[in-house]
Design a protein around this ligand. Sequence first.
Ligand SMILES: O=C(O)CCC(=O)N[C@@H](CCC(=O)O)C(=O)O
Ligand SMILES: [Zn+2]
Length: 329
Amino acid sequence: MLSEWLTLSLEARTPERPEGRIPGGRYRLLGPGLLELIPDQPGEAPRATVLSAGIHGNETAPIELLGECLARLEAGLTRLGAPVLVILGNLEAIRRAERYVSTNLNRLFRRDIDEVGMEPDRARELMAAVDGFHARHPAHSRLHYDLHTAIRDSRYPCFVVSPYAATAVAPEQWRWFAAAGIQAVLHQHRHSWTFSHYSKHYHGAQAFTLELGRALPFGHNDLAALAPMGRLLESLIAGREPAAGDPGRMAFFQVEHELMREAEAFRLCFPDDTPNFTEFAPGTLLAEDGKAGDYRVGATPLRVVFPNAQVEPGARAALLVSPASAPET
Ligand SMILES: O=C(O)CCC(=O)N[C@@H](CCC(=O)O)C(=O)O
Ligand SMILES: [Zn+2]
């Protein structure tokens, strides 16, 4: 049933049995694209984990990766040992194989949103699902990995965005990421209202956006390259301590500036296929904007991450980042 759940969710079909047994516990379907896994001995597991994918509809590798984890669980290759909430984010966008339908879901995770429409409604459902999950498992520490893939190539194909919020990152997270094949970490410099930021800001969770390679259609992803990440997810599902690696092998960056698209007449002054983390020298013209004017690199070099000139006016068109020191671990 668990492996069918992904397909049925994407086909907008209702599974026959909304609840059932799995090795080590039971599952419960909470709504479209929302699956809760409840272990028989929840008291033994240290953390309650939210695993979300498909917040952007064209980012398929994380959906396939979660599908593999669920299939292994169902087949008894691993046993459930911790509460887990599995989320397929923007179901309609996944069906259309598009980043979003009307607006970017991953900018809408704030409790006071008043926007109307499919994506704002879905953001409200997902926030309520996360709130309910933590309310049902109050004794567990909270963890959320929001799994994505990036639009373009990257100097570091697998990297993590660490949202800005008061909660300090637990040092074990860096060790787990290092063992799971994460090559770089990017610290946000201000609130961003993404899904991972929601969990960190409102729930004090350890929460991250994970970029796992490039966005490709279903069936074109190299899941073998994501095997170490699969092992991390499986450890969390099993309630086991994940493998630890050396965080010194990862590169750390901080956001220096968020380049916003203000005008219709906006352009980035470098090629569309420029890989994430490409460095630009002081003085380089990076953007021309009819309202905000030109943006040039200042006295120190900057690297560009998530450049996208096609975003809606008022939205983020790129992050400009610089190296940061590695955290104490
Ligand atoms: O490759 C891109 O340009 C976008 C990939 C993506 O969806 N990234 C996330 C990052 C979220 C964050 O800043 O934590 C996004 O833009 O929503
Ligand atoms: Zn994404």
